[in-house]
Design a protein around this ligand. Structure first.
Ligand code: NAD
Length: 512
């Protein structure tokens, strides 16, 4: 790929300011195990450079080994089996989780800046995400005192059945780098609300805010040993969470490659495994759609977080009658979109690592070599200052091309035309993924019929990348198993015990 800045991006690319004072100091973190801040036994650490500010190290955390993780699992096991958390009333847990939400809001600016510098996302976006996370904790806190089982009063006059909801036990949680604080906040409050204890392994690239969250939770009254964080690379610090029989549930969020590997490693212990994996979200635009709104939504769907979103709308499936008009609006918008310096006024920032930027660039090259038409972008911009990729739009993509099938995880849109609703649905369903989908139409029946036929766990009509704590998330097909958020999320972290009570004398099995 060429590395030059194309003239059309000179106005809307915001070059990083490497002398911004917010980059001046590196933050050092320690893991939280049993309520104490600890280093890795080896003393080794991992440093993190801001992906949007080349050469600026912004964080450092321990590089745990499996011995460190084994200790954390033991602590979480003991806290679950012997500690107060699993036995507390829902009301008591709820009160503490509400205090965590308040603590997050107190530290919103600090957490937003850490998240921005470690991930490369714009500061305003990162700070907004922290606010959303406080709401996730608030929702789970509210639900934590209303988690009920069930009763069966019609199973015979001499019987009463109760379904007891119990906490599932020790939960291992492994998270990715694209939304570190959101994803940990979509899992931990649900697990804690259900009465579980957790060991969290964040991405080795973005561990700062997860460690700070565990500190805040401890200050808020979550007992020591209930919320533990270990940091380090996947194989060294994450794998044992799948293999160890002392862990009851593994909640993994990340790539299909690692998720399936961990599910196989977890199988001999027969633990419950929740997987939230990749996506290749279709945005299906029918001929009657509001084109202004659709163009804006498509831009948001593919460029948000520089396209590093599991629920990106990275495939535009558009009716051929409106394809030129929609693309024209989208290109016009894409040319004006400010992107670049995460600390500046950008709509999207950097790719998470050099290696990932290379991978996205190689997908773009593949799109060109397989015959798709590159309408805009395709460049790595100012690579000497950070990992930036310009907004990129492909047209005339066919369903079997690599850029139509595989998750690119960059600001790259693949456009495919259709003529009939049946064709649109078939195209939407052609990838192995089923995480999210959007339909754009003014006709409710068209939109609902498409929604019913497209296989995806998160769906939007006339919007994209929307969500609230009440609504479930999760994948069909290779995008995963299990559901997080809403009342469904608590079931992932609960066991259900069927209790049969006999009333009166039981019927003898053997008559003397
Ligand atoms: P990844 O699979 O490379 O890493 C995810 C996590 O797994 C990291 O913490 C990593 O250290 C750990 N890991 C890696 N190898 C491991 C191993 N052998 N044992 C244990 N842990 C290991 O994914 P990523 O690059 O961090 O994130 C991007 C991927 O995550 C994309 O595919 C994206 O679609 C997916 N994702 C999915 C969701 C969702 O909700 N479905 C949300 C965000 C991201």
């Amino acid at each position: 790929m060429t590395m030059n800045i194309q003239p059309r991006f000179q106005d809307n690319f915001l070059a990083p300011n490497l002398s911004d004072p917010r980059l001046a100091s590196k933050r050092s973190y320690r893991m939280l195990v049993d309520g104490k801040s600890v280093d890795a036994q080896s003393g080794e650490t991992i440093s993190r450079e801001s992906p949007g500010h080349r050469g600026k190290v912004v964080g450092e955390w321990p590089a745990a080994s499996s011995q460190d993780v084994s200790r954390a699992i033991g602590v979480a096991r003991r806290a679950f089996d012997e500690g107060p958390w699993a036995r507390m009333s829902g009301a008591e847990r709820s009160t503490i989780l509400h205090r965590v939400a308040a603590g997050i809001l107190q530290h919103q600016e600090e957490l937003g800046l850490i998240e921005c510098l470690e991930t490369g996302k714009p500061l305003t976006q990162a700070t907004g995400e922290i606010g959303y996370c406080a709401d996730l904790w608030t929702y789970a806190a509210g639900m934590a005192r209303g988690l009920e089982g069930d009763s069966h009063n019609a199973i015979g006059d001499n019987r009463l059945g109760l379904v007891l909801r119990e906490p599932a036990g020790v939960v291992g949680i492994i998270t990715p780098w694209n939304f570190p604080f959101i994803i940990v906040s979509e899992r931990v409050p649900w697990a804690l609300g259900a009465g579980c204890t957790v060991v969290v392994k964040p991405s080795e690239f973005t561990s700062g805010t997860t460690i700070r969250l565990a500190d805040i939770a401890l200050e808020a009254g979550v007992p020591p040993g209930v919320f533990n964080v270990v940091t380090g690379t996947g194989p060294a610090a994450g794998q044992l969470l799948a293999e160890d029989p002392r862990v009851d549930v593994l909640a993994f969020t990340g790539s299909v490659r690692v998720g399936t590997h961990l599910a196989a490693l977890a199988a001999p212990t027969v633990k419950r495994v929740g997987l939230e994996l990749g996506g290749k979200g279709p945005q299906v635009v029918f001929a009657d759609a509001d084109l202004e709104a659709a163009a804006d939504g498509i831009a948001y769907g593919v460029y948000h977080n520089a396209g590093q979103c599991c629920i990106s709308g990275s495939r535009l499936i558009v009716h051929n009658a409106i394809r030129p008009a929609l693309l024209e609006r989208l290109l016009e918008l894409s040319r004006r979109l400010p992107f670049g310096d995460p600390l500046g006024d950008s709509k999207f920032g950097a790719m998470v690592t050099d290696q990932h930027a290379e991978k996205v660039a190689s997908y773009i090259a593949k799109g060109v070599s397989e015959g798709a038409e590159l309408l805009l972008g395709g460049d790595r911009v100012a690579a000497s200052k950070g990992n930036f990729i310009a907004p990129t739009v492909f047209d005339r993509v066919t369903p079997n091309m690599t850029i139509a099938q595989e998750e690119i995880f960059g600001p790259v849109l693949s456009t495919i035309g259709f003529d009939t609703p049946e064709e649109a649905v078939a195209l939407a369903n052609t990838t192995p993924y089923g995480l999210s989908a959007s339909v754009w139409s003014r006709d409710l029946e068209t939109a609902i019929q498409a929604t019913r036929r497209i296989r995806a766990g998160r769906f939007w009509i006339n919007s994209v990348i929307d969500g609230t704590p009440e609504m479930p998330i999760g994948g069909y097909k290779k995008s995963g198993v299990g559901r997080e958020l809403g009342r469904y999320g608590f079931d992932e972290y609960s066991q259900f015990k069927g209790l049969h009570m006999t009333l009166g004398r039981p019927q003898p099995w053997f008559q003397h």
